[in-house]
Structures are given as structure tokens and as C-alpha cells.
Design a binder for this molecule. Structure first.
Ligand code: ZN
Length: 145
């Protein structure tokens, strides 16, 4: 499936300019370097500019990019870019927090370490207030675990 097929008719015109955040989206993917799973959570935020996306579409976009051979850095960027292309929002922020079996089972054997990747576009990159609001929210989520 393509991003366009996943989104379908799920984009709506809406006069809303506050940050929308969908947190703790579980994902399971497969590391293309080692053919071993990596899995974790993705937090996705955007600031609409006249268009919003049905909230249930966001986890489906995450799944679309997770369910293939991947590297976490690229997956994070692809999710952000898909929302950027579909909505032309004021900004997009995506953070992925994942455990990699290739780290846990192979050489280094670090059972509890996780890898954090982020992709910040538009206002999330240029406006420190927006970026801090998003990142402090993600940090507070992690502190709860
Ligand atoms: Zn790997």
C-alpha cells in the first residue's frame, strides 16, 4: 500500500492551529542490516495549517513504514515526510524510541538500552518553543516508565 491509499479520504479542512500529538504508537519492524526485529513506540505531532488528518490514520502510517525492512532513522523521517506531504502543516515532529534485537542479542548485548531518533520539520525545527513543548512532552512520557 502507498501513503495515499492509507490516508484515503482521511484529510479534512479544519481551522485549527494547535499542536496535535499522538503518543505511544507501538510498532514492530525488521532491521535491514541484521534481519532482526526492532520494536518500540513512536510519538507523532504536527501543527495544522488548515488541514487535519483522521487520528486513526497516524498509527496506520507508522505501520506502513514499520512493516518492511527498515532502519530506525529512515523510518522516523519517512513518517514525518508522509505527514508533511499529505497536510502541508506548519510543522511535524516524530520521535521513535526502540529496542533492537541486534543490539540485545549480538556483540554488545545491551538488554535495556533503547535508541531514540527524531525528525523535526517546519516549526518544530525553527521555533524553539514548539520544539521544546514537543520534546519535553516526549521526555515526560519516558520518565513515567
Ligand atoms: Zn540491526
Amino acid at each position: 500500500m502507498s501513503v495515499t491509499e492509507v490516508i484515503g479520504k482521511g484529510v479534512f479542512t479544519e481551522d485549527c492551529s494547535e499542536m496535535v500529538l499522538v503518543k505511544d504508537i507501538e510498532f514492530y519492524s525488521l532491521c535491514e542490516h541484521h534481519m532482526l526485529p526492532f520494536y518500540g513506540r513512536v510519538h507523532v505531532a504536527y501543527i495544522p495549517d488548515g488541514k487535519i488528518i483522521g487520528l486513526s490514520k497516524i498509527p496506520r502510517i507508522v505501520d506502513l513504514f514499520a512493516r518492511r525492512l527498515q532502519v530506525q532513522e529512515r523510518m522516523t523521517q519517512q513518517i514525518a515526510q508522509a505527514l508533511q506531504d499529505a497536510l502541508k502543516p506548519k510543522g511535524v515532529g516524530v520521535v521513535a524510541d526502540a529496542h533492537h534485537l541486534c543490539m540485545m542479542m549480538r556483540g554488545v548485548q545491551k538488554q535495556n538500552s533503547s535508541a531514540l531518533t527524531s525528525c523535526l520539520l517546519g516549526a518544530f525545527q525553527t521555533d524553539s518553543k514548539t520544539r521544546n513543548e514537543f520534546l519535553s512532552f516526549v521526555r515526560s512520557l519516558n520518565a513515567l516508565r
